[in-house]
Design a protein around this ligand. Structure first.
Ligand code: SF4
Ligand code: SF4
Length: 185
């Protein structure tokens, strides 16, 4: 039976690989023990030092976000505390996900309107930032540093005007985007 363990080629041209000749090769136990040894060495090293642990215990611990990270939307305010948005519809026009809904209303000023309803479906949003880029008056930003909320119902993923205004702050921007350091506020 010794010849059965030698490498040979059959008449059909198939190479027959010989079987392992020793018990250790046959069972792969030494290789298994060696692999487990590496695993256990990393396990105990990380338990002791934590130097190679990449997992972050979110939400207790958070990774630092990039300076230009796009978070949850917010609506900005004028100096008098009213909403800066003039319901020009530039942002829903630019939005590739069609997730912005605005219903305009009169302000009494014939030159501009304001949003009676301003909603964004954060579950459809692809976080592209085009709405922010499209806005001519710094009325919408994505600099909250907050994630879209975890929700159980799709409808709960829609944030409304009041929610976005509650995260807003006053902006010194003037129409057309001109003004000193206006993005710092
Ligand atoms: S970030 Fe992009 S997808 Fe999200 S609301 Fe703005 S334009 Fe639409
Ligand atoms: S682009 Fe700006 S001003 Fe125009 S509707 Fe959107 S948030 Fe309002």
């Amino acid at each position: 039976m010794e010849g059965a363990f030698k490498k040979r080629t059959s008449k059909a041209g198939v190479t027959v690989v010989p079987r392992p000749e020793t018990l250790s090769k046959a069972t792969w136990l030494p290789a298994l023990a060696k692999g487990l040894g590496v695993t256990m060495r990393h396990f105990f090293t990380n338990i002791a030092t934590g130097k190679d642990i990449a997992t972050i215990q979110y939400p207790e611990a958070k990774a630092p976000y990039p300076h230009r990270y796009r978070g949850l939307h917010r609506l900005m305010l004028r100096e008098d505390g009213s909403v800066r948005c003039v319901a020009c519809m530039c942002c829903p026009t630019a939005c590739p996900a069609h997730c912005i809904t605005i219903v305009a209303e009169e302000t009494g000023n014939p030159n501009e309107k304001r949003p009676a309803i301003f909603e964004i479906d954060e579950l459809r949003c692809v976080v592209c930032g085009l709405c922010v880029e499209a806005c001519p008056c710094d009325a919408i930003r994505m600099d909250t540093g907050r994630h879209a909320p975890a929700v159980e119902e799709r409808a709960d993923g829609i944030i409304d005007k009041e929610t976005m205004l509650s995260m807003g702050s006053r902006s010194t921007a003037v129409q057309g985007g001109v003004g000193p350091n206006w993005r710092s506020r």
